[in-house]
Design a protein around this ligand. Sequence first.
Ligand code: GLN
Length: 489
Amino acid sequence: MSLITLGLKEAATKLKNKEISAVELTKATLDRIDERNGTINAYNVVCHDVAMKMAEESDKRIASGEAGLIEGVPIGMKDLFCTKGVSTTASSKILSNFVPPYESTVSGKLWNAGGVMMGKTNLDEFAMGSSNETSFTGKVLNPWDTTLTPGGSSGGSSAAVADFMCAGATGTDTGGSIRQPASFTGIVGIKPTYGRCSRYGIVAFASSLDQAGAMTRNVEDAALMLRAMSGHDPLDSTSASNPVEAWDETLNDFDPKGLRIGLPKEYFIEGLDPNIRKAVDDAVKRFTDAGAEVKEISLPHTKYAVPTYYIIAPAEAASNLSRYDGMRFGYRAEGENLAQTYSNSRSEGFGWEVKRRIMVGNYTLSSGYYDAYYIKAQKVRALIAQDFANAYKEVDVIFTPTAPSTAFKLGDKISDPIQMYLNDVFTVATSLAGLPGISVPAGLVEGLPVGLQIIGQAFGEEKLLQVAQAHEKMCGFQMRAPNATATAA
Ligand code: GLN
C-alpha cells in the first residue's frame, strides 16, 4: 500500500483505526517532498522538524482516543497564512524575512483538528496571478507536464496535492485562485461563500473578495477539510455566524433527479474552445441521464466581470499593501532619509505584477478618478450579484467551465497582463458575488485535466458539495498525474 496516495478522509480513518501511524505517514510524505520538490517547487519551506513533532503528538492523541477530525493527516499550508514561528512570505521579497508572532485562524483550526503541517506552499506574489510565475521563490511546475503552469495563485498547493506531497492543501481565492489551479492539475478546489472562513491572519490582498478554501484529490476530502476550516471568528468581523455542517457526512444524501442546472449563455460564447465546451456538456449529460433538468439562463453583466474585478481588487490591494514600508517588519533597503527608505524598500521588495496593481489601485482611488472607476465598479459589482440572485429563482446550481483552457505553457502569458487577466473570465464573477464555487475534474483534453465549475447559492455548500460528489461518481475520473507515479512506501 502506498501511504502517500491516501486521500485525506481515507488517511484519517486508517489513522484513527491505528492501521497506520501519523509518524510513518508524515515520514513517507516528507520523503516524497524531498524527492519531488526540487523539480516541482511546490513548497517554499518544508517543515521537517515541526511536522515530525506534530505527528508524534497526533499519535499520542489517537492512542488516548482524542483524535480530531483530520488527526495525523499531512497538510500543505499556502504561504499566505500566518503560521506562528514559521516563515510566511506571500512569495514576496518584501516578506522574505517575516516570521509571524501569531497564527491565522484557519491554520490554527486545521492544527487543532489534528492536521500535520508539511510546509508552506508557493504562490504568485501576494496571490496576484494565474500561473504561479510572479513568485519571488520561483515558478511552480505542473506535475502532469513540467512545461506547463499548475495555475495560480495557489499553484504550490495544487501541485503539492496532485503530486502526492500532501493529502490536502489550503488555498485562497480572490478571483479564482483555488478553482483555476485545481482545474489545471486534476484536483478538487472549493472556494466557500465569502465569510465562511475567517480571514484573520491571512496576508490580505483584496479584503472584500479574499476567501480561504480547500484543495484535495476528491470531493469527500474537500468537504471534510472545509468543515475543519470554517466557522465564525470574533477576530474577523466579516466572518459569518452560519453553522458549520458535517458536509462530508451528507454527501450521498442526494439524488440528481429533479436538480435544476443552469447554463449561463454568456459563458458559452463563440470562440470558447470546443474541447472545454464538450467537457461541460458531458458533465451536464451525466446529470440529465440521471434525471436532472437543464435550463439556459442569462447573467447579463458577465462581460463586465473581468474589468470590474481588475478595478476593485487592485484598489483594495493598493490600500492593503501600503503597510509594507520596511519599518516594523519585512525587507528594508536603507536610504538617506525616511522617504527614501520607504521608496527603496518598496521598489526593491515588490515584484512587477504587485507594483502594477498598486499603481492601478492608487490611480482608481485618487480624487477625480474614484467616482469614475472605483464607485462605478462597486455599482457593477452589485449588478453582477443581482444577476446570480435572479438566476437562482429558476435553478439550484450553475455549471460553467472553470477556465477557458487546460494548463497553459509556462512563459506564455507572463509578459502580457491582459492575456493573463482574461484567464480569470469564468471565476471572477462568483467572487464578486461572494458565492461558493467548486472546480471538479471533468475528464482529460489531449491528456490534460479539465475542470467543471459548479457555482452554488450563498451558504449552499451542502448542496454544492453533494452535486460535486454526484459528478465525481458519475465521471469516474481517477486522479493520476502521469509524471507523478507514486511509488514511495
Ligand atoms: N488571477 C486573479 C488575480 O490575479 C485571482 C487571484 C486570486 O484569486 N488570488 O487577481
